[in-house]
Design a protein around this ligand. Sequence first.
Ligand code: UD2
Length: 318
Amino acid sequence: MKKIVVTGGAGFIGSALVRALVNAGEQSPSAIDVIDNLSSGRESNLQEVRDRVNLHRLDIRDGGAIASAIRGADVVYHLAAIPSVPRSIDEPLLSHEVNIDGTFQVFRAAAQGGVRRVVYAASSSAYGDSEVLPKVETMVPNPKSPYAAQKLMGEHYASVFHSCFGLETVSLRFFNVFGPRQDPSSPYSGVLSLFMKHLLAGTAPTIFGDGEQSRDFTYVEDVAGLCVKAAHAHGVAGKMYNAGNGGCYTLNFIWDLMQKMEGVKITPLFGPPREGDVRHSMADTRSAAAELQHAPRVSFEEGLRKTLAWYRTALAVA
Ligand code: UD2
């Protein structure tokens, strides 16, 4: 039975990945080891699959502690991080320690523990502001925030752990991921989770800047599916791919769309642009399609509907 480890597996994206792995393995059930310090992840995110998961409440900065949980795994999906541009500006040391030192510890434990492959959750923020869209993997990175620089460093570590230590690694630059279970409770939460919360409460969200910035919002289950493909594809070790949908939507457009879906009219507040913010983001998905057989299944509008339905239930019981 092959061992699978998911760091950050109790988080929003990590738990979607764990569910995808459990569903994919229905014929031959295998346990999944989740490493999560529950700083932003929640055990309740794993509710439906809890009996198939060994939850190790560990911090990825603690190399000694995570080594035994990682040792002997076939695949490690490394998603644990402090995933926020503004938080990396407010708390640069903490996000550096988790996103760079912690990532190093995961790669080191994997290399020493005989792991076959690590799939690393990199970030589209590494591109910064490019002159052209879509953003393609061959572009020179241009990080605009500590978070972007940290996630890029993780890619470099992935690449050198492959070339120097023979560890198979694949980096996936996640574009803005959204979907059920994205936690809207923090000021650092993803914008769509905050929009959902305000929409259902009938209150005005704050849009930073003019709202004409755009993002390639990507549904969480599509990203989870791509992670699994990246773990098994041939000829991809040491490489990096975009994990996006190929779309591009402005915040103003999305807030209008959400109001129409809900049949309400709420004028948003506007605040100053956020430091470190990228203006436009859109993935070129051709490499991931060709080499990882990536084919996103959920359109942005459909994902938005599914997500809204989930928040309607979740926020009603909260
Ligand atoms: C970055 C990365 C993304 C992922 C993510 C992890 C880019 C383009 N994307 O997402 O791939 O790694 O970090 O967190 O770098 N905003 C508002 N009001 C709010 C909250 C946010 O207007 O209440 C704006 C924010 O200024 C930004 C956009 O919404 O322009 C998206 O912000 P976000 O925090 O959801 O994600 P972002 O783009 O920093």
